[in-house]
Design a protein around this ligand. Structure first.
Ligand SMILES: [Zn+2]
Length: 286
């Protein structure tokens, strides 16, 4: 007796194979994206950090020119801190992904100045790379945040490892370096705190932050009681905003900060391990 052949079985096999192929093709971009974020950027960051530590390189002229022209903080640093700043800036630039949003491109100048705002805050810290914040989205102006249901000038997403910046407001910060308003410093301050306290705990920073928070809560009460001095009232929103706004004033109006809020100023120096007036690190080994 001849075996019966089901004329549709080959078609069924083919259809199954095709489904698998389509599934694999759909999965490929997801796997490629995961590989890019979890492996490639991580390795790239480690490599560039290692590379500049072992084989330091002179900063390219175009980067130096941008810093000299737009970063008064950098301009005033003593040579040894300038060098530390430059090496760190190059690692930061190599290890972040800058994405233009509603604009044609993120220019070299934008990348350099955005990286500079992070390096400025972390200059005194060992952990300066904000390694879990790999994505930086740059918008031309305010942008709509779907989930918050309002527009922002900048925000940081710890879950997505994302920092968003409105270039118009970012640029204002460095065009007016002493008005106490600097979006870049503000958003990077949020990222630094999230990185070193929530994402990848640094116990030295955590310890210093707890001390800062004790002083900060007193300032928060003062602002909420309507007796605010120096910091803009937005600092009274909560402790996180107080910290971010304090970072802006710490670098843009350090003398006024020291004179009007000496305890908060000193706790900022201790936390960030730097004195923005003397242009020096408190502890070279931290
Ligand atoms: Zn904020």
């Amino acid at each position: 007796m001849l075996p019966t052949i089901d004329p549709t079985s080959a078609e069924h096999d083919l259809a199954g194979w095709q489904i698998l192929l389509i599934f694999a093709l759909l999965l490929l971009p997801v796997l490629a994206t995961l590989f890019y974020y979890l492996v490639f950027l991580n390795l790239a960051e480690k490599w560039w950090s290692f590379r500049y530590k072992i084989f330091p390189k002179d900063i390219p002229l175009n980067i130096k020119t941008e810093l000299v022209n737009h970063q008064s903080f950098y301009r005033d640093l003593p040579p040894e801190l300038k060098y530390r700043y430059e090496q760190r800036l190059m690692v930061f630039l190599k290890s972040k992904k800058f994405t233009p949003k509603h604009m044609p491109a993120v220019t070299e100048r934008m990348k350099i100045l955005i990286a500079a705002s992070a390096v400025q805050i972390t200059l005194g810290l060992n952990r300066y790379r904000l390694k879990d914040f790999r994505d930086i989205h740059v918008f031309p102006d305010r942008y709509w945040h779907k989930y918050a249901g309002k527009s922002f000038k900048g925000h940081v997403s710890s879950r997505r490892g994302l920092i968003c910046i409105s270039w118009k407001h970012f640029e204002h910060g460095y065009d007016h370096p002493d008005d106490g308003i600097n979006l870049g410093l503000h958003e990077m301050a949020h990222a630094v705190k999230l990185q070193l306290i929530r994402k990848d705990v640094n116990f030295r920073f955590l310890d210093k932050f707890e001390h800062w928070a004790k002083v900060g809560r007193k300032k928060l009460d003062t602002i909420r009681a309507g007796k605010n001095t120096l910091l803009r009232d937005y600092a009274g929103t909560n402790l996180d905003e107080l910290f971010a706004v304090s970072v802006e004033y710490f670098f843009e109006q350090p003398e006024d900060f020291r004179d009007q809020l000496p305890e908060l100023f000193q706790s900022m120096c201790d936390l960030l391990n730097q004195d923005p007036i003397k242009k020096e690190l408190l502890n070279q080994k931290t």
